[in-house]
Design a protein around this ligand. Structure first.
Ligand code: PMM
Length: 304
């Protein structure tokens, strides 16, 4: 199947036969689309379990907002937010990902049962991150990142956004491999909205094949992001608020799944869980339709 360039098995995680659904639990007071809603440990664990009941295959737990201009949370506070939620979900059998730029938070989360480390800085923010993940033998999400979202860095300038993101991710993969993380545990992510304008995000989504050609599974995290607001607003209108972007998010999930993404990271799981299943059914139909002899059989049934 030529369209499935980015999917693949990640050693250390379950294997799904379709694009996986990663539900988001932001244990923060200030994330851009759901800040403050799951700030309490009990509410956050319950929300993670709800996401699984609605179709999430894994749950991404984060304790630090990455929205533009956000102040960094101190390490103790991040640990206080994240660890009990990771432990609570892992103890219920949930496959937990920890969304952190700090090695200490990654290490303690892995000890508390997390299966995956999702670092939006791809190991750049904390030099201890790669050694910690390598020592634990954990899978690692390497997102495209050009630094903290402050000042000029919020926007990002590119001459060829796809080429530059591919090259910069390739350089990160080399660094991560040199740091001892195994190739079959590396997941790549284009970093939609991170030092990127709406048009950059759209071009990257339109060229997931170029990122997939780096040879690692792809995670696509479009959920509720600003570029969707821009698309929905049209030329003159104002963007709908983040929580009114879930249908558009599910559309991206279907397209990303069809393009071969390994997983999509979303706040509202149900519609995306449906979207990836439809994409999967279409892949099966395509495979069946192109199998030798199948066309004739289908045709005969259709004749009746
Ligand atoms: N975006 C956010 C947070 N974590 N992780 C990965 N791998 N990729 C992303 O694009 C990403 C992320 C910001 O969104 P949120 O505040 O809604 O969680």
């Amino acid at each position: 199947m030529t369209s499935l360039y980015g999917r693949g098995q990640v050693t250390g995680l379950p294997q799904w036969d379709r694009c996986a659904v990663m539900g988001v639990v932001n244990v923060t007071p200030d994330s851009f689309s759901d800040g403050g809603r799951w700030f309490d440990t009990t509410a956050a664990v319950k929300h993670g379990l709800d996401l699984v009941a609605r179709g999430a295959d894994l749950v991404d737990v984060g304790g630090e907002s990455t929205r533009p201009g956000a102040a960094r949370v101190d390490e103790d506070e991040e640990l206080r937010r994240v660890i009990p939620v990771v432990r609570g979900l892992a103890s219920e059998g949930v496959v937990v990902s920890v969304d952190t730029m700090r090695a200490c938070v990654a290490e303690r989360s892995l000890a508390a049962g997390a299966a995956l480390v999702n670092d939006v800085s791809g190991g750049l923010a904390d030099p201890a991150m790669i050694p910690v993940v390598a020592d634990a033998g954990a899978p690692f999400v390497v997102m495209h990142w050009r630094g903290f979202l402050r000042g000029d860095n919020v926007k990002g300038t590119y001459e060829d956004v796809v080429g530059e993101v591919v090259d910069e991710l390739h350089a990160r993969v080399e660094a991560v491999l040199a740091g001892g993380i195994a190739a079959d545990r590396i997941i790549l992510d284009p970093g939609l909205g991170f030092s990127k304008e709406a048009e950059h995000d759209l071009v990257l989504l339109a060229h997931l094949d170029r990122l997939g050609a780096l040879g690692h599974p792809l995670l696509v995290a479009a959920s509720r992001k600003r570029f969707l607001g821009r698309v929905l607003a049209g030329a003159e209108g104002s963007p709908p608020p983040a929580r009114e972007r879930d249908a558009a998010t599910a559309a991206v999930s279907a397209l990303a799944a069809h393009a071969g993404a390994w997983a999509v990271r979303v706040h509202e799981v149900r519609a995306t869980a449906d979207a990836v299943r439809v994409a999967r059914a279409m892949e099966e139909a395509r495979a069946a339709g192109s199998a030798p002899g199948t066309r004739g059989e289908r045709g005969a049934e259709g004749d009746r």
